[in-house]
Structures are given as C-alpha cells and as structure tokens.
Design a protein around this ligand. Sequence first.
Ligand SMILES: Cc1cc2nc3c(=O)[nH]c(=O)nc-3n(C[C@H](O)[C@H](O)[C@H](O)COP(=O)(O)OP(=O)(O)OC[C@H]3O[C@@H](n4cnc5c(N)ncnc54)[C@H](O)[C@@H]3O)c2cc1C
Length: 410
Amino acid sequence: MKTSEGIEKAGRGRRILIAGGGLGGLTAALALLRKGFDVEVYEQASALGEIGAGVQIAANGTRLLQDLGMNDALERIGTNITGKEIRLWSSGRTWPLIDLGATSVERYGAPYFTLHRADLHEALVAAIRRLKPDTFHLGCKAVGCKQDGDKVLLELEGGAAASGDALIGADGVHSRIRQALFGADRPKFTGCMAWRGLVSVDQLPSTVTRTGGVFWLGPGAHIVHYPVRRGELLNFIGIVNRDDWQVESWTARGTTEECLKDFEGWNDDVHAMVRGIATPYKWALIVREPLTQWTVGRATLLGDACHSTLPLLAQGANMAIEDGYLLARCLEAYADDLQAGLESYQTLRLERTTRIVQASTDQLGRNTHPALSDPALAEQHIAKEYAQGQVVNDRYDWVYGYDATRVAIP
Ligand SMILES: Cc1cc2nc3c(=O)[nH]c(=O)nc-3n(C[C@H](O)[C@H](O)[C@H](O)COP(=O)(O)OP(=O)(O)OC[C@H]3O[C@@H](n4cnc5c(N)ncnc54)[C@H](O)[C@@H]3O)c2cc1C
C-alpha cells in the first residue's frame, strides 16, 4: 500500500522500539516510519545531538540516505570531496590515491560526502519529526529487555519500561541491549589510540589540502583529514601506536602538547593542524570478535552495538546506515512475521559487516608500516600498497559499490 506521497505502508502501525538515537538508530527510524511502522526512539542523552566531529559517508551510505529523501539535505550540509591522496609524514610528498568527485557517481552510483556529524544528525532528526513529531524519548537509558511470544519489553533506567512488537538495540559500542541478549563482550585493545579534532581552515597554511581527503602515512602513526561544513572546518584524526590510553569515549579530552608529542618530527603541515585543534579528543582503538548472532526472537542489534569496527575504512557509520535501511526492508518483506524479518536481516548483514570489520583491522599495519621511516623504502611501500588502479579498486569497489536498495531479501 502507498500513500499519496508514495510512502509505503507495509508496517501497518506495528510498534518498533529503538534504543539509541545515533546515526544507525535514526536511519532505521526514518526507513521504518516511511514504510508505515510506528517507531519510538529511546535515547539516553537529555538532548538530541552528535559530537563535534566529522564523518565520511561513501556511495554505499549516501545512496540510501538519498533514497530516504535526504538528497537536498546532503547537498546543503555535505562537502563533496574531490578524492583522496597520500602524503608522507616527513617530507609531505604527495601521491594520488582515489578520485571520488564525479568518479564516485560514475563508478559507484552515488556521491561521496564528508559531513559534520551534528549536521547529519540534525537533518535526520528533522526528517523523522516531519513523519512523527513525538518519536523521541530523551533521557531514557536502556538497561535491558524481556520478551514473550507476542511482545518485547524495553527496560529503562529508573524502572520504567516500553512495550513493542520488536526492539532494535542501536545503542553503540557499549550496548546494554547486546549485553542483555548475549552477555558481556570481550574487548581487545589494539595498542593504538585516535586523536580527533576540528580545525578552522583560516588558521592553516595553504599547503594543507582542503578539497579532498588526505592520508598521512608514517611509522607508528597515520593521520586522516578532510573538509567539513562546506570547507570551513577540517576534521583531523591521528591514529598512534600507544598503549597508555585504553578508553573508548567520544568525550575524553587530551591536550595539544600531548598530541604534538605524538607527531614529533612530522611535517610542519601536521603541526599546524594539531596546533589549530580547539579541543583534541582521545579514543582508544578496541576490537571485538564479530558476533555470529544478532537476533533473538523479537530483538536485534544494529551498528556499533553488533559490529564495532576500527575507523580505518571509515565504514562504521556507513554500515550502521546500511543496517537501518535493510532492517526496514526486511521487516517490510515479513510484515506478518516480524521475528522472521529480524532473522532475515541477520542473514543478510552478517557476512558483509564481518568482512568490513576484518578489512578495517587489516588497514592498520599497512598505514603505519616500519618501511615508512625511510624515504626510499616508503616509496616502494606506497607503490605496492596504494597504487592507483587494481590495488585500490580491489580495496574499495566491494565496499562503496554495494547497493542495499537492490539486494535480494533472503
Ligand atoms: C575516530 C573515529 C572516526 C570515525 N569516522 C567514521 C567515518 O568517517 N565514517 C564512518 O562510516 N564511520 C566512522 N566511524 C565509526 C562511526 O562513528 C560509528 O560506527 C557510528 O557512529 C556507529 O553508529 P551507531 O548509531 O551504531 O552508534 P553511535 O553513534 O555510538 O550511537 C549510539 C547512540 O545510542 C545512545 N545510547 C548509548 N547507550 C544507550 C542506552 N543504554 N540507552 C539509550 N541510548 C543509548 C548514544 O547516546 C548514541 O546516541 C568513526 C569512528 C571513530 C572512533
């Protein structure tokens, strides 16, 4: 059934509870509302919003946001980067890596955008509120869930609870719903941490690339930066081999001095970026064995809650968006049997997300190889590992080319 706006109504008002209003939970909420499900989002924060940082959304994610009616918002808030290049930590020498401007649309069927997370989050919230103004329940921390054959109960801190036909745990890397369904996880620290920060481009020398994404490669550390907010800001992520910071947190702060120390001896452009970061944040890189099951009866997981990944392929949020979109397609296909829909979603997602988690971990050694300390060896390493053409296409085609609007629902 379709409404006059073309919005499909397969959900027939079935009530879907979502714990967590991050990019994954919001995508699921929007996709489900558009299919006629009734959605309630329970978010622990007392106000809606995202952290002050950037996010790269590749063709596999943007095509879904476009399909959900977000194209105008993406054009307005996103930066359509030209491509990505490599730079060497010491000399600053540059090599092209991948063209992503028009090529992303030609090769992968959708654009590549870099965005401020808060802008994307706000646009998704607005789109959801247009369909259902009272979707959000703030200051509601999920602590567990229970279910019987007909209903699932989301338990909230303080003793309140909500009842629905299905529950989606989209509550991030420290997910309480994952814990309730599958018990405690076993995090493994990688020995690396990430520095994050935003820099106003006014403060930067003209030698810092502003139109594309840049990978600075060095022995024991690497940096990714790209423009956001129509090029007004540069998002900086510096990943360092360091074992004295082991907390996964979006809000833990470090200092400029500490960050500069981690990039001692690096090119002046790098120091200019680090000095320009208003507040440098620290996030420990932690891996988990991917789960082999996400769904139990009427409850399932999505995004970081079930496949947290290292940010080395910039695909965690893209996967959360794919999950949310496909979950809605699966529930639509099994509208009369939501449990079967959640099983179908798990079948569809396990292989791809596990492969991306593994491929992201594999990037770590490649980007910080010891050969990078010597300029001649560095050149050989870069020619072998980052050569334009086959090497790069093999690495990205299957990631960016995936089209969740067309995959068959099992
Ligand atoms: C440094 C860094 C850079 C990254 N860059 C990229 C990138 O460029 N591109 C990309 O695709 N990915 C990137 N990622 C990964 C990406 O940030 C995550 O994969 C993505 O945010 C996951 O989305 P999510 O909705 O699953 O979880 P989250 O974004 O963590 O959202 C979870 C939400 O649930 C809420 N919540 C948590 N617990 C509860 C609870 N108990 N009850 C209710 N609500 C709760 C939280 O407040 C939050 O709103 C990066 C990650 C890092 C660390």
